[in-house]
Ligand binder design. Structure first.
Ligand code: FAD
Length: 388
C-alpha cells in the first residue's frame, strides 16, 4: 500500500533546518504578486548584468537544482541515492543560439553519460532538443520551408549532435531521454528520435521520446510508434508527461487560426495520460516507460496496474520521475515501496538556470489563498516531529 501522506518517509533525509527553509520558500512562491514581480525584476537584473547568484544560489537555486557543475551535484546524488531515489542529471542552460553553445551542451550531456557509467544512482541521461539546435531553424524545417545551403548544413550538424549523444549512450549502456518541446518544433524532433529508436533500441531501450499527453494526437502517435517498433523488432521507449507549454501552444494556434493541439480541459489530459500509462504498462515486456508526473492519482493508477498485472515493482522497463525539490512525498514513498524512481536534478550556472527557476516558482504559485500541497506536507512533517 502506498500512502503519499506519509511525511516521515517523504522527508526522512531532510533536517528540520531544510524543512523550515523549504517552508519559507514555498510560502514566498505561493504569492502570485511576489512571483510575478520577482520574475520581472530578476529578468531585468540579468539583462543589466547585475549579480544575482548571491541571492539565488543559497535559496531557490539550492532547492530546485543540484549545483552549477556535475561534481557539485554529488551530495544531492548521494542523498537521494541513500533513499533509493535515482538521479537524472539535467544540464539546464536555456535560450542558447550559437554553434559553440550547442557543442558545449553536447559535451555536457556526454559528460552526464560518463557520470552515469561511474555512478549506480544515475540510470539515465537527458537532453532538451533546443539546447542542441536553434529553435528558428527547427521551426523552419517543420514548416516545410526550403533551407539555404548554410541552413541545410546547420541542420545536418543538429542531426549529427543527436546521433553522437545517442550512440555514445548506446556504447556506454546509458539510456537517454529526449525532452519534448513546443508543438511547432516537436514534429522535427519526433522525426529524429523515431529514426534513432529504430537504430539504437535493438538490444535494449536506449533512446526515449517524450510524449506530452495534453496533445490530442499523442495517444495515436504512441500506438503507431509501438506498432512500428514491433514490426522493426526494436524496443519503443517513452517518457510520459502532461506537457509544459499549454498556454504558448494554444495562443500560437489561435494566432494562426488553427485548431488547438491541446485537449480542451484538464480532465481530458488526465484521461489521456492515464490511458497512455496503461497501454505502456500492459506491454511492459517490450515497451519501456518513465511515468514523469507530480500527479498522485496518476501514480496510484500506475501502481494499481503494475500490481494487478503481477509485474515486479522494480521492473527494468518501468520508472517514475519527479523534479528535484518537488513532490518528495511521491518520490520517496514510491521508492520506499520498491519502485524505480528518479529525480530530474537540473544543474548549470545560476544565471542560465533562471528561466527554469522562474517556471518552478510559477508552477508552485497557489490559487487564491489555497495552501500548496508542498507547503501543507512540510508543515505536517514539522508538526509531527515536534510531537514525536
Ligand atoms: C521528470 C519530469 C520531466 C518532465 N519533462 C518534460 C518535458 O520533456 N516536456 C514537457 O513539456 N514537460 C515536461 N515536464 C513537465 C510536465 O509536462 C508538466 O508540466 C508537469 O509535470 C505538471 O503536470 P503533472 O502531471 O505533474 O501534474 P498535474 O498538476 O496533474 O497537471 C498539470 C498539467 O495538466 C495539464 N493541464 C492543466 N490544465 C489544463 C487544461 N485546462 N487543459 C488541458 N490540459 C491541462 C498541463 O499539462 C499542466 O502542466 C516534466 C515533468 C517531470 C516531473
Amino acid at each position: 500500500m502506498i500512502d503519499f501522506d506519509n511525511t516521515e518517509i517523504a522527508f526522512r533525509d531532510k533536517k528540520n533546518y531544510d524543512l523550515k527553509k523549504a517552508r519559507w520558500l514555498f510560502s514566498l512562491v505561493g504569492s502570485d504578486v511576489l512571483v510575478k514581480t520577482g520574475s520581472v525584476l530578476l529578468q531585468g537584473a540579468l539583462r543589466m548584468r547585475l549579480p544575482v547568484s548571491w541571492a539565488l544560489k543559497p535559496t531557490v537555486f539550492s532547492h530546485f537544482c543540484g549545483g552549477e557543475t556535475i561534481d557539485e551535484c554529488d551530495p544531492t546524488i548521494r542523498q537521494l541515492g541513500s533513499s533509493n531515489v535515482q538521479t537524472i542529471l539535467d544540464y539546464s542552460a536555456e535560450g542558447k543560439e550559437s554553434e559553440e553553445d550547442f557543442e558545449y551542451t553536447r559535451q555536457q550531456i556526454q559528460a552526464t553519460i560518463d557520470k552515469a557509467v561511474d555512478n549506480k544512482h544515475i540510470p539515465y541521461a537527458v537532453f532538451k532538443p533546443s539546447g542542441l539546435a536553434r529553435v528558428a531553424l527547427l521551426e523552419k524545417v517543420q514548416a516545410g520551408h526550403s533551407l539555404t545551403d548554410n541552413e541545410q548544413q546547420e541542420m545536418d550538424r543538429v542531426k549529427t549532435r543527436f546521433d553522437h549523444i545517442i550512440s555514445y549512450g548506446a556504447k556506454r549502456g546509458v539510456p537517454v531521454m529526449v525532452d519534448s518541446e513546443e508543438t511547432w518544433i516537436q514534429e522535427v524532433v519526433d522525426g529524429m528520435v523515431d529514426d534513432l529508436m529504430l537504430r539504437y533500441n535493438k538490444e535494449k531501450p536506449i533512446v526515449f521520446n517524450t510524449l506530452q499527453m495534453y496533445r490530442h494526437d499523442r495517444l495515436s502517435y504512441l500506438k503507431e510508434t509501438i506498432d512500428r517498433c514491433r514490426r522493426e523488432g526494436v524496443y519503443p521507449a517513452f517518457k510520459l508527461v502532461r506537457g509544459a507549454y499549454m498556454e504558448k501552444d494554444r495562443e500560437r494556434a489561435r494566432k494562426e487560426s488553427r485548431p488547438s493541439p491541446i485537449y480542451p480541459d484538464k480532465e481530458a489530459t488526465d484521461k489521456a495520460f492515464d490511458e497512455a500509462t496503461a497501454i505502456c504498462l500492459a506491454n511492459a515486456d517490450e515497451v519501456a516507460v518513465c511515468i514523469a508526473t507530480h500527479n498522485e492519482i496518476s501514480c496510484l493508477k500506475a501502481v494499481d496496474a503494475i500490481t494487478s498485472s503481477s509485474l515486479p515493482a522494480d521492473h527494468p522497463h518501468i520508472s517514475f520521475a519527479q523534479l528535484l525539490g518537488m513532490s518528495d512525498h511521491i518520490s520517496y514513498n514510491l521508492a520506499s515501496a520498491g519502485y524505480n524512481v528518479c529525480k530530474y536534478v537540473p544543474y548549470g550556472p545560476v544565471k542560465t538556470v533562471v528561466p527554469y527557476l522562474i517556471r518552478r516558482a510559477e508552477e508552485n504559485t497557489s490559487v487564491a489563498g489555497q495552501t500548496s500541497r508542498e507547503l501543507f506536507l512540510i508543515r505536517k512533517e514539522l508538526r509531527r516531529r515536534k510531537g514525536a
